[in-house]
Ligand binder design. Structure first.
Ligand code: V47
Length: 369
């Protein structure tokens, strides 16, 4: 890749011109990582200035039982496995209670595709959480789970979404997208709903006025072209619906997966992926550097490579809130104070947001924790 063509891409990006598939691949291929970061950072700065967003949330994985066996996943357990679990609604409510008291604004709910749980279980879960914690935003269920609900109920997509919304669903997380390229999907998650289905379900969710996120799992067996293809499919749907809130590149973490022989992405690859995402996804407001997968230090640098959001999984007070790391075994947790200082130490201005990116104003006593 010559500096010349990177300069031409830079001109296009600064003129607000849309970048093409070839531009995206060229950006990934460049060795000039600093220039790439600079380009992405100009876009990020124009949109968000010095602000770096975070939220105070808690992940809830109601079950780790899953009937599929995605090669990249270490979280799932087969039914009957020694460490398989499924919460009752009461257990889920009890798990969230202390975090709600500590001031979380969102619960992020995602779980395995359980072979026997009925749709009613998921509706009861939403109802139970909503009635116990009325002000909590329920960001629940990926497009893959919605597709599973449709298959177990034989309802239409719209009916599934309506029922979930009536029960308390507020928005949807971005998981399950993995990588859209069919030849890769066939190798890493062949049973999972296909790319078109993921996109169609996201379209149906957006048409109901429900916002969702989008992810991309990178750093396994996909190529740069596959990544750019993924970004362009998301960009096309976002043109149509405007319903995506943020894009989250997820760095593949190989440990304890069927792909454990792979090295996973380097920090440089992660920074490039953040930057190219920022440049290609000109119709996405937010790019999230998910610190749980990236690690705190790479996430900090990512805030200078186009990312404007660190996500949450922090507690409202004290070292309370935690989430599973990618291997599904160790628990990652941080405090609001730590996230705030990560952002400040990166030279940026922390802004606590709610799920819909509205600023959260807290009383001084709570904000000080
Ligand atoms: O869909 C699974 C990925 C996703 C591994 O919407 C892995 O705000 C890396 O989607 N290494 C779930 N990644 C997490 C997710 C997410 C996270 C944070 C915020 C939001 C949001 C969404 O995690 C899965 C899959 O793509 N994943 N295994 C792994 N070994």
């Amino acid at each position: 890749m010559s500096t010349n063509s990177i300069s031409r891409i830079a001109e296009k990006a600064s003129a607000g011109e849309r970048l093409s598939f070839d531009d995206g691949v060229a950006l990934f291929e460049t060795q000039d990582v600093a220039l790439l970061g600079h380009l992405a950072q100009s876009v990020r700065r124009a949109r968000h200035g010095q602000a770096a967003y975070y939220n105070v949330n808690r992940h809830l994985n109601p079950t780790n039982v899953c009937y599929w066996d995605c090669a990249f996943c270490s979280f799932y357990r087969k039914p009957g496995a020694e460490d398989a679990y499924t919460y009752t609604v009461e257990q889920a409510v009890a798990e969230i209670a202390p975090y709600y008291a500590a001031g979380i604004t969102e619960v992020h709910i995602v779980g395995g595709l359980h072979p026997t749980l009925k749709f009613e279980y998921y509706l009861d879960l939403l109802r139970g959480l909503k009635s116990a914690f009325p002000s909590l935003h329920l960001k629940a269920f990926t497009m893959v789970e919605l597709d599973h609900f449709k298959r177990i109920t034989r309802l239409s997509d719209d009916e599934v979404i309506d029922r979930l919304r009536e029960a308390g669903l507020d928005s949807c997380p971005g998981g399950g997208a993995e990588i859209f390229a069919e030849h890769i999907r066939a190798k890493i998650c062949r049973h999972k709903c296909d790319s078109q289905r993921w996109l169609d379900m996201a379209r149906a969710v957006h048409r109901k006025g429900i916002r969702s996120n989008a992810t991309m799992l990178y750093g396994h067996i996909e190529s740069y072209a596959d990544r750019v293809d993924h970004l362009l499919r998301l960009r096309a749907l976002q043109d149509e619906t405007g319903g995506f809130q943020c894009f989250i590149p997820l760095a593949f973490y190989p440990e304890n997966t069927a792909l454990a022989h792979l090295p996973g992405p380097t920090a440089v690859d992660s920074l490039k992926t953040i930057a190219v995402s920022r440049l290609m996804l000109d119709n996405f407001d937010h790019i999230k550097a998910y610190w749980v997968m990236l690690g705190r230090q790479t996430a900090q640098i990512a805030l200078h490579f186009g990312a404007d959001d660190l996500d949450g999984t922090v507690s409202g007070g004290g070292p309370l809130v935690e989430t599973y790391s990618a291997d599904g075994r160790s628990r990652c947790q941080t405090t609001r104070a730590e996230v705030v200082s990560l952002i400040r130490d990166a030279g940026l201005e922390p802004v606590e947001r709610d799920t819909l990116y509205r600023p959260v104003v807290r009383e001084a006593a709570v904000a000080a924790v």
